[in-house]
Design a binder for this molecule. Structure first.
Ligand code: AMP
Length: 417
């Protein structure tokens, strides 16, 4: 079914066309009619499935023309707020609707001016929004559509009390849309408090890895992690690589060492100033930096077109973060590769991840890499490996799935698309 059949308004359809979308994704097909009908929705969808357009397009259609501030979208991070607001603005480019992104870490002046001039849609992180509510710059009295996005992440970041406060300041008569990868009891409680007779839309619950991503484990001894990262970068033909570290300090250290090895590197984590974060993302998107080292919090939900590879330098702490991280590559229709460097200490984490995604992740060895005496998995006979629930796919994955792109080739960066 084309977008045209979904009852979106004509200027919004033109906006969709200008964004280059041809057909709606499954979550868009399911959610757009529900949101247009005005009902409450709880949605869970795999990362990179087109969730933003699934709510933005019908919301903009319902808004019609410029008026009061009627739509509030809450996001857990500054980057997501900026990104989602950009999507709203892009889709609304053929209307007179006005949008603003509100988040901390930058000055108040510009945001306050925009709010005073009058906007239709606010996309905000909870903390900064609260500042404007408390100082009277803004009231939520005309909000008729509230979107609570990435609520599981809001929970992780301790935002739920502020979010509840904000919900309490919105009119009771409204449409509420809640998106969350998982709906544990705390989120169910928020849903019961904030939503009325919601329809649930689940599109590929967020446990699965996009079909378009080839992923593999690279076992190595702890002391050789960085050398293996360098070798992977050298042997891989990439456009842009997102490297994940568990900690902010670790991210800085990896970035320093990669710079010393002549890679152009950006760093994204919560201790960087907002300007540094904006510069890092913009530089990574434009191709100025070929590698971005990031922590989970900073990178969650970030949409960078053309991320060809994700490398988990550290295994993620939570299984769902594995899905989020590798959802950064292979978004929508693109194809991406995701490598995870694992050490013997990570055996349990990997078991948890495999249980979570319901699949084994193949193990690979990098040809020509001088594996040291502490290599992660001492060679065991294949049957023993199988009986321990580990993959025996050492080395043959590339042939089975048509191969990792550019893997084992001359290496280095290929021309950006
Ligand atoms: P999201 O899940 O909203 O972060 O979207 C993930 C990526 O898919 C973004 O780059 C979107 O621009 C892109 N996208 C969303 N919907 C479509 C569509 N119908 N066709 C093609 N690309 C899309």
């Amino acid at each position: 079914m084309p977008f045209k059949a979904l009852n979106l308004s004509e200027p919004i359809l033109r906006g969709v066309q200008a964004a280059g979308y041809s057909d709606p994704t499954p979550i868009q097909l399911r959610a757009i009619p529900l949101v247009l009908a005005g009902g409450d929705v709880i949605g869970s969808a795999q990362t990179g499935t087109g969730k933003t357009a699934a709510f933005a397009l019908p919301i903009l259609t319902r808004l019609g023309a410029h008026g009061k501030t009627r739509v509030l979208v809450l996001e857990p991070t500054r980057e997501l707020a900026a990104q989602v607001e950009t999507s709203f603005r892009d889709f609304a480019r053929f209307t007179d609707l006005r949008t603003v992104a509100v988040f901390g870490g930058v000055g108040y002046g510009h945001q306050r001016n925009e709010l005073r001039r009058g906007v239709d849609v606010i996309v905000a992180t909870p903390g900064r929004l609260m500042d404007y509510l408390k100082d009277g710059t803004l009231s939520l009295r005309d909000i008729n559509t509230l979107v609570l996005d990435e609520v599981d992440h809001m929970l992780d970041m301790g935002f739920l009390p502020v979010v509840k406060d904000i919900i309490g300041r919105c009119p009771r008569e409204r449409q509420t849309l809640l998106f969350s990868a998982t709906v544990p009891p705390e989120i169910q409680a928020i849903a019961s408090f904030a939503l009325r007779n919601p329809t649930r839309v689940e599109v590929g619950v967020n446990r699965t890895v996009n079909e378009s991503v080839n992923h593999a484990l690279f076992p190595v001894g702890f002391a050789q992690k960085f050398d293996l990262l360098l070798a992977l970068l050298e042997k891989t033909d990439f456009d842009s690589v997102l490297v994940f570290s568990r900690t902010k300090h670790g991210a800085d250290k990896i970035a320093r060492r990669l710079k010393a090895a002549n890679h152009s590197v950006a760093v994204l984590h919560a201790n960087r100033s907002q300007n540094q974060r904006i510069e890092a993302l913009a530089g990574f998107k434009s191709g100025k930096y070929e590698v971005m080292v990031a922590t989970d919090i900073a990178a969650r939900g970030i949409d960078v077109a053309g991320v060809s590879h994700v490398i988990n330098y550290d295994v993620p702490e939570k299984p769902e973060d594995y899905v989020h991280r590798i959802g950064r590559t292979g978004r929508a229709q693109a194809v991406g590769d995701a490598f995870t460097i694992v050490t013997p200490e990570n055996e349990k984490d990997i078991r948890d991840i495999q249980r979570f995604i319901g699949a084994k992740i193949p193990e690979l060895k990098l040809e020509g890499f001088p594996y040291g005496p502490y290599a992660a998995r001492p060679e065991r006979p294949p049957e023993q490996r199988e009986s321990r629930g580990q993959s025996a796919a050492h080395g043959d994955f590339a042939q089975k799935r048509g191969g990792f792109r550019g893997f084992g080739g001359g290496g280095g960066r290929r021309g950006r698309r």
